[in-house]
Design a protein around this ligand. Sequence first.
Ligand SMILES: [Zn+2]
Length: 177
Amino acid sequence: MSIYTISIVPKQLVYHGDRFAKSKEIVQWLIDENVIDSAVRADSAWGEYQYRSGILKYCQPSPWCHPNRGGYGMSVITEKTVFDRLGFDKATCSHCGFSMNEYVFYKIVGSWWENAGEVPCPGCAKGLSIMDVIVEPAWGFSDLGFTFWEAPDFTQEFYAKFEKRLESKLWIVYCRL
Ligand SMILES: [Zn+2]
């Protein structure tokens, strides 16, 4: 059985605020809305905050719609992370539109990971950071993120609320493990 995740990630390589305080604020908001349970399940591999019924009001209509999915829930990530998808269809230089191969793309990802600086674009020779690459479907690169395990797609309203609370544009990263 494969597991499906959706990660909500601020479009900021290093989150601009106190990411620990912000993650606590988001968790509290989701508890108040009955989206997740307040008890932390440190033993769960699929999200330490289990879903509650309040999540349904933010879900796109789908057969998924019951909150108790065998111990699945939300994880909070506060470490530098590549929110990846196990592959990508297209990675493009945002300056010249050059479509890069895996070698170049992973070199840029690795360079970000190791704080090794920019990598020249094979198309326009500009130094690229990971922020200069348009990845389709989206990946995320940040030190803050929220991963929902076995979740259906959420409503635009839910993503908009995250955007507002994080004071940031978002990467929405879909992944099937
Ligand atoms: Zn380029």
